[in-house]
Design a protein around this ligand. Sequence first.
Ligand SMILES: [Fe+2]
Ligand SMILES: [Fe+2]
Length: 163
Amino acid sequence: MLRVDQAGEYGATRIYAGQLAVLGDRHPIARSIAAMAAQEERHRERFDRLMAERRVRPTALTPLWDVAGFGLGVATALLGPEAAMACTAAIETEIDNHYGKQLVQLGASDTELSETIAEFREEEVEHRDTALAAGAEQAPAYPLLSAAIRLGCRMAIGLSQRI
Ligand SMILES: [Fe+2]
Ligand SMILES: [Fe+2]
């Protein structure tokens, strides 16, 4: 669980880095992206610490998530601010499901981890709602874009659990 969660939070920081590389810091939406990115950074740091404490090895796919995340961020931001927000809405929808499943699986077996996941899950849901409020659904080809990103996200989760 820690391996895949750390990979996801790392990927999230790379997506936002890619989006900010395109949108710069003057675009009005950049402020909200930067605020979400700061939370992802905190999520990643916490999972980094838990992995070190529990001697969990990180996914071998980190270099792939570096490039794929940044690339997804750049590509969606180039499509426009609404597409950048559609990316966040799609990813966070999957992450909400993913963290929800983990919480069920954990039950009361590991309160340190489940409290962490529950706390982060709330923030991911806020990111999703921020993205929807910022016009995610007005992105070009929204249903297709959203479905493709959600599928990619589920594939990344599956791979990071195994490799
Ligand atoms: Fe996060
Ligand atoms: Fe998030």
